[in-house]
Design a protein around this ligand. Structure first.
Ligand SMILES: C[S@@+](CC[C@H](N)C(=O)[O-])C[C@H]1O[C@@H](n2cnc3c(N)ncnc32)[C@H](O)[C@@H]1O
Length: 261
């Protein structure tokens, strides 16, 4: 279910997203009897699926990855990369697996769809996630966008019940101001970066905090980012802490950035 779109991908493009998933969802994956992750829309070459397996296995040695692509030629091209723990399937938003995965990662997939389609796709994918239970928060859908070489990312994380958080992740050395990340907002937010919308107010406040933290630049961009995020957390529900900020990340509750109306 869905449509074939451009297959652009790159080795190591999704490392920031992979690292965040390993850090925030690793315990869930480790606890599961059969931790299955889906790399949905892996593109013209399956590098991101290979790398996701590698990075998940550092925290959950039994993790498996299934790459799912809607373009049959891309599934055929990926076949030689099949190995223990890594398989490729033809399919789309229906997620053609018999069991519900603990992770669905869809990177640079929804950007090529219409904004109006996003809510229904999210709902469909969330319904395919492993459900929450007494021992688990359930599966995680990570849906977002980045530039060609993965220096700037923004993604939404959703659980079986819907959106939870938005994460901004960047290579700090190349950042002029936090709103540089606006061009990588996921489809649900990119058209909402206009006055009156929460995501616009957030990026405006982030730029102000960044400007106020300019004196910290002499200690490096990392110190400046950490200071700016600390200030931002006074007014916005920042959901993570300094250990993640150090990586050039910040995660905010979805409710604070969700589009109006
Ligand atoms: C731009 S590539 C992204 C590749 C990789 N995820 C990355 O970030 O580097 C988008 C891929 O998503 C695939 N795609 C689009 N809609 C899809 C769907 N509904 N289900 C599975 N794959 C889909 C396209 O065929 C394309 O290969």
């Amino acid at each position: 279910m869905g449509t074939v779109t451009r297959g652009t991908t790159n080795p190591n493009r999704l490392r920031r997203m992979d690292r965040w998933i390993a850090a925030t969802h690793g315990a869930e994956l480790r606890r599961a009897a059969d931790p299955v992750a889906v790399d949905l829309g892996y593109g013209a070459a399956p590098w991101t699926a290979v790398e996701l397996l590698h990075r998940l296995r550092t925290v959950a040695p039994h993790a498996r990855v299934v790459g799912v692509e809607i373009d049959p030629a891309r599934v055929a091209a990926a076949e030689p990369y099949t190995r223990p723990g890594l398989a490729f399937r033809h399919g789309g938003f229906e997620i053609p697996l018999s069991r519900r995965p603990l992770l669905i990662r869809a990177a640079n997939v929804l950007r090529q769809y219409d904004e109006a389609e996003v809510a229904a796709v999210w709902q469909r994918l969330c319904a395919r996630l492993a459900p929450a239970s007494e021992h688990s928060h359930g599966g995680l859908l990570v849906e977002g966008t980045c530039d060609e070489i993965g220096r700037r990312h923004v993604w939404v994380a959703l659980g079986p019940q819907g959106p939870r958080t938005v994460t901004f992740a960047t290579r700090l050395g190349s950042l002029e101001r936090p709103s540089d990340l606006a061009e990588r907002l996921p489809k649900a937010l990119i058209h909402r970066n206009v006055p009156g919308e929460p995501v616009h107010a957030f990026l405006r406040d982030f730029d102000r905090a960044w400007a106020a933290a300019a004196p910290y630049a002499s200690y490096g961009a990392r110190q400046r980012w950490m200071r700016a995020v600390r200030d931002l957390a006074a007014d916005w529900p920042v959901a993570d802490g300094p250990a993640r900020w150090r990586q050039g990340e910040v995660t905010v509750r979805w409710e604070a950035l969700a589009p109006r109306g």
